[in-house]
Design a binder for this molecule. Structure first.
Ligand SMILES: Cc1cc2nc3c(=O)[nH]c(=O)nc-3n(C[C@H](O)[C@H](O)[C@H](O)COP(=O)(O)O)c2cc1C
Length: 193
């Protein structure tokens, strides 16, 4: 049997997938933040659950509009995604024109052109906690880059091509398991125009 020790509560060593949530602000400008408390539920069909801690622009926008996008973060997107996780969306200058933004196909939501997998989501129920809020969301549409829909290409090859980022211990990891820097580090190489 392995020797085990008790640790302070954390989810260290339990990797999470990262998404940028896209929302529209009340004045019509798009906002994107970076999020990891995201998983799936089953209620007759696949759905999404996620948690937002504290007050932030993304939360205000989801509560006002119900609709948002969740854009899978890949290695190529990491400097931008880390920036989106460390800049406050209440600043109207957060999303500069060098971030390529499209629209969802089924919902009026902003999406990141660079992301190969995008959920278009409707927050159908939410439960306020003491400091955070949990949301249950219906998946209205899933958008993927065309090459991911090609049945002739093995899934391992597709995953290597998109190279999603995972994170644990406040560190980003490549699909191949290489540490890519702590939270707040990759955005140092991100030059916002
Ligand atoms: C790696 C990483 C993961 C994050 N995950 C979450 C999360 O799951 N929930 C959350 O409320 N904030 C999370 N954040 C913080 C938000 O990205 C941050 O509050 C950001 O400012 C939100 O964007 P907004 O201000 O445009 O709403 C995360 C930040 C980083 C760097």
């Amino acid at each position: 049997m392995n020797d085990k020790i008790s640790m302070p509560i954390s989810n260290d060593f339990c990797p999470q997938t990262l998404f940028c949530y896209g929302t529209y602000c009340a004045d019509g400008r798009p906002d994107f933040g970076l999020f990891c408390w995201f998983s799936y539920i089953w209620d007759g069909e696949l759905g999404v659950m996620m948690c937002i801690g504290d007050e932030k622009q993304t939360k205000d926008n989801i509560k006002r509009n119900r609709y948002f996008s969740a854009n899978l973060v890949t290695e190529k997107m990491l400097p931008m995604a880390d920036y989106l996780g460390n800049a406050d969306g209440r600043d109207p200058a957060k999303i500069s024109p060098d971030i390529s933004v499209d629209k969802g196909q089924n919902l009026d939501v902003p999406i990141l052109s660079e992301s190969p997998v995008v959920f278009e989501l409707e927050a159908v129920r939410s439960f306020p906690l003491e400091e955070g809020e949990v949301f249950f969301c219906k998946i209205i549409n899933v958008l993927v880059d065309k090459h991911l829909a090609d049945p002739a290409v093995p899934v391992g090859e597709k995953m290597r091509a998109i190279a999603p980022i995972s994170t644990t211990c406040e560190t980003y990891f490549s699909w191949g398991g290489k540490a890519l820097g702590g939270w707040g580090e990759p955005s140092k190489n991100y030059h916002k125009n």
